[in-house]
Ligand binder design. Sequence first.
Ligand SMILES: [Zn+2]
Length: 107
Amino acid sequence: MKDNIHPQYGPVTIRCVCGNEIQTRSTKNNIQVDICSACHPLFTGKQKLVDTAGRIDRFKKKFGERVATAADAKKKADAKAEKDKKIKEAKQAELAAKMKEKEAPKK
Ligand SMILES: [Zn+2]
């Protein structure tokens, strides 16, 4: 090997966010990974949410407002249902009053 042109090649530890550590050798000092063979769904066989390149954040950024609007729409619908109920009750009360008025002259 030629002198002074090769990077230092030594033992390193690859650390995953799941806590798994892998001992290996590399020219890099410390390696941090988001997913490894101990926690990747392919190896674990379990369903897991893997946020690749901030897709969830992008989704929230794009549709977060609409999701909030959907919640607002439900509130609005509930309020409308409440209002309709009150109107129905008022109409029934009015009808009952009319019925009484009709009954009253007969007596
Ligand atoms: Zn891992």
